[in-house]
Design a protein around this ligand. Structure first.
Ligand code: NAG
Ligand code: NAG
Ligand code: NAG
Ligand code: NAG
Ligand code: NAG
Ligand code: NAG
Ligand code: NAG
Ligand code: NAG
Length: 302
């Protein structure tokens, strides 16, 4: 333990030495007086002991603070970005399953977007934070990190569930969540008993939820939280509780299938009846003939 600490400290000292020597040579090379003063004013924070590079929770701000080219204003912005990034990413991971990335984390996303906008709009300020924080190296890490979280927000279609201007969950979303909540409560109420009981008692709630969801699907007001909530409810209904709701479109199909099933029986029955009729005719041909002649005689006499 002690060994680790001392070796880590040694590495740190070497790094600090290297840094200060490169800075010195840079300063030697700077011709422009304005630039020189910028470097010098940037130097002082490195000498401050406030930053602890070993503390992992402040890694980003520590890295920023060691960068001598960065103005204090930008460094403050970077620290705020760091804190808000951590908070939002933390919320995302915690809301991964069941999905709650829109409804649980929209406040965090708004705060992160605000600070990112402040950084990327600061191009005429004294420190030009946009260039010094976002574009000073090949990796462009802050840009990359923010872009990834922005993609998650967009892929989740969160703006369909959250009113970004008013910073509030939409009424329609709340209404859906409440309806789905009632279906789940119904499931919970009857799941101890007979499942066939559950299917009957919760059928109307479950079906109206499906209708509501279908309407929202049509007018494009779904976000991942709602999609996942519905998905889970459907899985509970059909897999866990084995309730199958026969759709209205199924009834004609079932009727036609039944008819097809009975077709052979009808065929054999009708051909049987037909042959019986023929047999009857074959048995009495003489009587029919005599009848005919009798009728002929009657015709003649009339
Ligand atoms: C100073 O800058 C010039 C070009 O701007 C470069 O060629 C030279 O190597 C630099 N000198 C030092 C000591 O960094
Ligand atoms: C850093 O920003 C401050 C304002 O916050 C400004 O007064 C100062 O000139 C800037 N320093 C440099 C080197 O641009
Ligand atoms: C970001 O900019 C907005 C408006 O320009 C301002 O109200 C807000 O205080 C700024 N946030 C930070 C952390 O500087
Ligand atoms: C949403 O609900 C709130 C309170 O329940 C209400 O004050 C507000 O007017 C509603 N908004 C819309 C657009 O219906
Ligand atoms: C129903 O919603 C309320 C808040 O609206 C929540 O506290 C509760 O846990 C939900 N119940 C279920 C079963 O999801
Ligand atoms: C469950 O339902 C079946 C058929 O509906 C019935 O035969 C059985 O007795 C029920 N069991 C209980 C514990 O209610
Ligand atoms: C979308 O459909 C739902 C349910 O059919 C309805 O309550 C809501 O007002 C519709 N929203 C829009 C924006 O048309
Ligand atoms: C619904 O669940 C299925 C199976 O778990 C999954 O493959 C599908 O992507 C889910 N749909 C949505 C919209 O999340």
């Amino acid at each position: 333990m002690q060994l680790c600490k001392t070796s880590a400290f040694a590495v740190l000292t070497v790094v600090t030495l290297c840094l200060s020597t490169t800075v010195d040579s840079d300063i030697d090379n700077v011709s422009d007086e304005e630039d020189a003063s910028r470097y010098l004013s940037g130097l002082s924070p490195v000498l401050l002991p406030a930053v602890d590079p070993l503390s992992s929770s402040h890694t980003l701000s520590a890295v920023v603070a060691q960068d001598l080219e960065i103005n204090q204003t930008c460094r403050n912005l970077a620290t705020i970005f760091h804190d808000r990034y951590i908070a939002y990413a933390d919320c995302l991971v915690k809301s991964a399953r069941p999905v709650g990335v829109c409804l649980n984390c929209f406040e965090g996303y708004a705060l992160l977007s605000e600070i990112y906008a402040n950084i990327s709009n600061d191009k005429d300020g004294p420190g030009n934070c946009r260039d010094s924080l976002l574009r000073s190296d090949r990796l462009m890490l802050i840009y990359l990190l923010y872009g990834n979280l922005q993609n998650i927000w967009r892929n989740s279609a969160c703006e369909h569930c959250v009113n970004t201007e008013q910073q509030a969950v939409k009424n329609q979303t709340l209404y859906f969540m409440n309806e789905r909540n009632q279906s789940i409560s119904c499931f919970d109420q009857y799941k101890q008993e007979n499942h066939s009981d559950l299917c009957v008692k919760c059928k109307s709630k479950y079906e109206s939820l499906n209708v509501l969801y279908g309407g929202m699907e049509k007018n494009g007001s779904l976000c991942i939280d709602i999609e996942d909530a519905m998905n889970v409810t459907r899985r509970l209904w059909s897999k866990n509780y084995n309730c199958i709701a026969p759709r209205e479109g199924m009834i004609p199909v079932i009727a036609v299938s039944c008819f097809m099933l009975f077709l052979p029986i009808i065929f054999y029955l009708s051909s049987y009846l037909h042959s019986e009729q023929k047999k009857l005719k074959l048995i009495h041909p003489k009587r029919a003939k005599s009848n005919n002649s009798l009728m002929n005689i009657q015709d003649k006499f009339s």
